[in-house]
Design a protein around this ligand. Structure first.
Ligand code: ADP
Ligand code: MG
Length: 258
């Protein structure tokens, strides 16, 4: 297991991200090892989603460098554009999957079609092959019997499980979760967490999870990072962060949510 702490798959080096005059990340440094499961916790507005969105190439940044699975890109000019070529951006997008709070399934497509759409269109996979694999993935999230349903016919928990299957269909090296259970009724949270828990056992899959489910974070993470005002104030093993937080802000935050 030790080798997993030696090769970073994600590396933010002095990344600065602004929205107009608001600096959200100020010389942000953060790295994640291959296969590591990292949870980001912290108050609303602290920049957690921004970190995931930058990784997913959904947000440009102004300064610094991001390296993802050996592909480096940066924007020294500060004009809010990536310097990576389109080809690199596509590679990154194909290696990184993201699951959002609001499931974002295509409403006019069946469950199976939602799962196979990107592999067929983006990766050029044969439809039949994509369907076989899609059904396997739906089986893994416990929804193979719903393959011909439309998203609106499913509960929120089921939709989110489809969204996870859809992200996995692209065989991502890195999987990002942004509050995947925050939009769900409490009784549906467990089924989604149990799918994520299953994925956490996959040695090679790097996972970055933003969540307010503290017990879950403690149980499944290799490392927990406490975010405040665009910085990681404190990070460490879950038992350290939840058991003996050193930083005053971490303690305040945890006492407000636990
Ligand atoms: P978190 O996910 O920790 O709640 P975010 O990363 O969403 O925080 O937001 C960090 C800060 O950036 C907040 O102050 C938020 O208002 C601001 N922000 C996020 N997205 C945008 C945007 N598209 N335009 C302007 N400000 C934004
Ligand atoms: Mg957020």
């Amino acid at each position: 297991m030790n080798e997993k702490n030696e090769t970073p798959i994600i590396e933010f080096s002095d990344v600065t991200k602004r929205f107009g005059v608001l600096t959200v990340l100020d010389n942000f440094n953060f790295s994640v090892a291959k296969g590591e499961k990292v949870t980001l916790i912290g108050p609303s507005g602290s920049g957690k989603s921004t970190v995931l969105r930058i990784l997913m190439t959904l947000e440009p940044f102004q300064e610094g460098r991001l390296t993802l699975d050996g592909i480096s890109y940066h924007e020294p000019g500060g004009r809010g554009r990536f310097q990576a070529s389109e080809r690199h951006l596509r590679q990154i997008r194909n290696h990184v999957g993201m699951v959002f709070q609001s499931f974002n399934l295509f409403p006019h497509m069946t469950v199976l079609r939602n799962v196979i759409e990107a592999p067929v269109r983006v990766l050029g996979m044969q439809r039949e092959e994509a369907e076989v694999r899609g059904i396997d993935l739906l089986q893994m999230v416990g929804l193979a019997d719903k393959k011909d349903h439309y998203p609106a016919q499913l509960s929120g928990g089921q939709q989110q499980r489809v969204a996870i299957a859809r992200a996995l269909a692209m065989r991502p090296r890195v999987l990002l979760f942004d509050e995947p259970t925050s939009a769900l009724d409490p009784q549906l949270v467990g089924e989604v967490l149990s799918v994520i828990r299953g994925l956490a056992h996959e040695h090679d899959l790097t996972m970055l999870l933003v969540t307010h489910e503290m017990r879950f974070a403690r149980e499944m993470s290799d490392r927990v990072c406490f975010f405040d005002k665009g910085r990681i104030c404190e990070q460490g093993a879950p038992d350290e962060i939840f058991g003996q937080p050193k930083n005053e802000r971490t303690r305040e935050f945890l006492s407000s949510v636990l």
